[in-house]
Design a protein around this ligand. Structure first.
Ligand code: GCU
Length: 607
């Protein structure tokens, strides 16, 4: 049996969605902004009991049915003016009616019932009918909490308290360059599963044995995690990939992780320009009858690092990247509310001809990965280990480790994943090596064939950027290097860029951030900052520098779209980072066309 994989301890485990039916609890929820902190409504007013002040003989100081109403999914900040800068505790309430038939269906034959939060910012406490289901401090990642059958009534009260405070032990900590959109930022749903069920399944670890264009013979691994206590006798896991005539079966001796080793499959590979997906079905079978099954779309691709070359499907690959924040288009900003919001951003990115997306700074909704699978876009996913961290704090260590584990549990089943990033612009501080090393090692366990990475800074000295001159205890763990450099904007000034260079050391390296602010509607001298002309001049010099560095594996401007950030407080920006290639509503700046032109010149695969 597969040995125990690294685990997240703060919830009931990763409950992979696949095509599993779920009852969405999205829509209007009651909301109360509690700025009194931990001793607020939780300690002195048991909101989660849902008492009615009209019916109690003691003073009840809250009234759920008189709470404000806001939408889930969605941050609270952009839904009401009074919540815009609120970073405290948000109390959410939802009355959930379940018909007798629904209750019977959810609880029959030892079925199990889970509440799944697809993603929150930052931490949550959850109650169901006044009973605590659990708490979790794990932002931007799916969480599940189990309900007992006897807890489900015809009328139920779900109460979730979201804690969106900036705290020094968290990742990110108190200072970061994006807006702190708090709340139930992704969908909330009820999922019923059999007593023993398929918790997650992931095809990965493709090894190409022979290659002819995009046709190949490959080996690969299909991991299936079976969960549940119940009776396992006679249970088998059946894996089917009909187009490849794959039908494999393995007995379940204990609820653990099974590994199907797939051999000599003749497939069409998945890659940008040819995102071939295959339908797979994983079933839990007893006496020939399926007791649980999930369907997935899988893809066959191999990523390798060979010296300083980055290979996709054994071909040297040039990353033409777009980086962004998970913030919807529009003057208000805010987290995407639906698939349309997500697709609008990816459509805009794809207009440049990019082949890669850096989903920067924290994990995004899993819909992004599904979209990139279908569109043939490679993906960089990232946990928010960003700038200053308190690595010596055990809570920080747990957050780093568990965020890495859950992020990879989500992304490793997606063919679009290119690399997993565990840090952005962090510096050597006490405890960094140990805390980060443990997280990087977990990635080797969870997704051994996908490169590990991080985005580094490098000082500009002697006319060049060289990451390897900096003492980074995490450098040994990365397989491919991301470099953030702002020549022409932060350091050095534009005039010193004409002969500057980027040093590619011992590992594949690509530029993960460069750029400059260009507020919409501005113009000026190319060597005077804060206008569209200087933004374009800096891009032009940067792109010339990239051309001088033939070993570079690609480049990614920072950033697709202007985005909200409290850090950006001067008159040009007024609370928005104006380095976007487009404005808040997608208004294209001159650099958008420049990048599109450059991407069109550069082949994705170098011969
Ligand atoms: C850094 C950081 C980004 C930030 C950018 C900027 O490189 O990684 O999150 O937005 O600089 O200065 O705009």
């Amino acid at each position: 049996m597969g040995k125990q994989q690294p685990r997240v301890s703060c919830d009931a485990g990763y409950l992979q969605l696949n095509d599993r039916e779920s009852r969405l609890l999205n829509g209007e929820w009651g909301f109360f902004a509690d700025n009194m902190g931990a001793f607020g409504l939780k300690r002195s007013r048991n909101v989660f009991e849902g008492l009615d002040p009209q019916k109690e003989d003691r003073a009840v100081e809250y009234d759920i049915d008189s709470f404000d109403q806001i939408s889930v999914p969605g941050d609270w900040n952009t839904q009401k003016e009074e919540y815009f800068l609120f970073e405290g505790f948000g109390w959410y309430t939802k009355r959930v009616a379940c018909s007798a038939e629904e209750i019977a269906a959810m609880t029959k034959d030892g079925n199990r019932l889970f509440l799944r939060l697809d993603g929150v910012n930052y931490a949550v406490d959850v109650w169901w009918n006044g009973k605590e289901l659990g708490s979790a401090e794990l932002p931007f990642l799916p969480l599940s909490f189990e309900l007992n059958a006897d807890q489900v009534q015809e009328d139920n009260l779900l109460v979730v308290r979201v804690d969106a405070r900036r705290l020094a032990h968290r990742i990110p900590a108190e200072r970061y360059d994006w807006f702190n959109y708090g709340g139930l930022i992704r969908s909330v749903r009820l999922i019923s599963t059999p007593g023993v069920f398929i918790g997650q399944a992931a095809y990965n670890d493709t090894r190409i044995l022979s290659l002819n264009g995009v046709e190949a013979v490959v080996d690969g691994s299909y991991l299936v995690e079976v969960r549940g206590e119940g009776d396992l006798d006679g249970l088998t896991v059946k894996l089917e990939i009909p187009e490849l005539d794959v039908v494999e079966e393995m007995s379940v001796k204990e609820a653990s992780t099974l590994n199907f080793e797939l051999k000599n499959l003749s497939v069409t590979l998945w890659e940008p320009g040819s995102p071939r997906l295959y339908a797979a079905q994983i079933s839990l079978v007893r006496d020939g009858v399926s007791v649980d099954q999930v369907a997935q779309k899988i893809g066959f691709k191999q990523i390798e690092c060979r010296g300083t070359e980055l290979l996709v499907n054994q071909k040297p690959f040039f990353l033409k990247g777009i980086a962004l924040h998970e913030e919807r288009l529009g003057d208000r900003g805010g987290k995407p509310r639906n698939l349309e919001d997500i697709r609008a951003l990816i459509d805009l990115a794809q207009e440049t001809g990019c082949n890669f997306m850096r989903l920067a700074h924290y994990p995004y909704d899993e819909e992004w990965l599904r979209e990139c699978d279908e569109r043939g876009l490679l993906v960089w996913d990232e946990i928010p280990v960003y700038w200053e961290m308190t690595y010596t704090d055990e809570r920080t260590q747990k957050l780093i480790f568990e965020s890495a584990v859950r992020m990879v549990e989500v992304s490793r089943s997606h063919p679009s994943i290119l690399c997993h990033a565990l840090a952005n612009e962090t510096w050597e501080l006490e405890g960094r090596g140990a805390a980060m090393g443990r997280a990087f090692e977990a990635l080797v366990e969870l997704d051994p064939s996908i490169p590990k990475t991080a985005a580094f800074n490098a000082p500009f000295q002697d006319g060049k950027y060289d990451v390897e001159v900096v003492e980074h205890s995490i450098y040994e763990h990365v397989d491919v290097v991301g470099l953030n450099e702002y020549g022409g904007w932060y350091n050095p000034p534009l005039k010193e860029l004409t002969n500057a260079n980027v040093i590619v050391g011992s590992k594949p390296l690509f530029i993960t951030e460069f750029g400059a602010a260009g507020p919409l509607g501005t113009s000026g001298e190319p060597d005077v900052l804060w206008n569209l002309d200087s933004q374009k001049a800096i891009y032009e010099e940067q792109i010339k520098m990239f051309g001088r560095c033939e070993k570079l594996s690609g480049w990614t401007p920072w950033v697709l779209k202007d985005f909200r950030s409290t850090l950006r407080a001067n008159g040009f920006q007024k609370g928005w980072n104006r380095k976007g290639m487009v404005g808040p509503n997608g208004e294209k700046k001159p650099v958008f066309e420049l990048v599109t032109e450059e991407f069109s010149k550069k082949p994705t695969f170098s011969s």
